[in-house]
Design a protein around this ligand. Structure first.
Ligand SMILES: O=C(O)CCC(=O)C(=O)O
Length: 269
């Protein structure tokens, strides 16, 4: 698909798939690296049954770093959000065989269960992009993400209890995102989506990388911020912590990737 068709699909459906962001001959090595890192690190993080999750993956594994600013992907993100963009989340998500189906939701900042969220009904604008990187191929059998096409234009989502949609029930319009390893599913963070069961024998390995415009306030995600203390920690919540980037890791990132993380460098003690 050319860039204009991708953008049209994204605007209409709320998502599109950019293929070959990671070249085919690099996928196996990166997937193995991420699997090994997640095995080592995931014990300290809560996650749904059958899903291994590591936030702030960039601190532990830089195998995928050169592709975070891949030309077609970054140009797409900048066409949607404007030139000044930054990465808000870099997480690994591994759905092991037999994982359970998740609940329909939209991502931060639209998830109404998060302490920091844009209250529904929210305006009709793209504020944040979620990208799911297929380090394994995604298909219906191994739990390619379930999405509801067009749901990004609805001003709320099933995390809003007043809305009355059963977040656990299959949706009549749901489809699986599918693509070859190395592809990236890009969606408006308002899009209704959920984890699909992996009924295949092998793990489905993915990265969740989110991109934000410069003006979106990310402080509620930052471990060291007073805003997070006020809005999340003090009221007793714990969600969506995005570890800050180790300065030594930052220094070694590719020059065209550093600007995407510059806002999140760990402060000196
Ligand atoms: O892993 C998936 O397919 C879905 C992940 C998801 O729902 C999320 O990161 O918000």
């Amino acid at each position: 698909m050319d860039d204009n068709s991708l953008l049209r699909t994204f605007r209409t459906s709320g998502f599109c798939i950019i293929d070959n962001v990671i070249p085919a001959d690099r996928c196996d090595e990166i997937r193995s690296s991420v699997e090994a890192t997640v095995k080592r690190e995931c014990g300290q993080y809560a996650s749904p049954q059958g899903v291994d999750f590591v936030p702030g993956l960039i601190n532990h594994d830089q195998s995928f770093a050169p592709y975070l600013a891949e030309t077609r992907l970054l140009e797409f993100v900048q066409r949607v959000l404007g030139e000044q963009v930054r990465i808000s989340f870099t997480s690994a998500i591994i759905n092991q065989p037999g994982n359970v189906r998740g609940k329909w939701h939209a991502d931060w900042p639209f998830n109404q269960n998060n302490a920091g969220h844009v209250p529904a009904p929210y305006g009709d604008a793209v504020l944040h992009l979620t990208t799911l990187w297929m380090l394994s191929p995604f298909d219906a059998g191994n739990g390619g993400t379930l999405v509801v096409p067009g749901s990004h234009r609805i001003s709320t989502n099933p995390t809003d209890s007043a809305y009355g949609v059963d977040a656990e029930a299959p949706h009549p319009q749901e489809v699986h995102a599918a693509g070859a390893a190395g592809s990236v599913l890009v969606f408006d963070s308002r899009l209704w989506h959920t984890t699909a069961p992996n009924n295949a024998p092998n793990a489905r390995v993915a990265l969740a990388v989110r991109y934000a415009p410069w003006w979106l306030n990310l402080e509620v995600l930052r471990p060291e911020s007073d805003l997070r203390k006020q809005m999340v920690t003090e009221p007793g919540a714990s969600e969506n912590l995005v570890p800050s980037v180790n300065p030594a890791v930052y220094e070694k990132l590719p020059a065209n990737v550093q600007p995407l993380y510059r806002h999140w460098i760990q402060p000196h003690p």
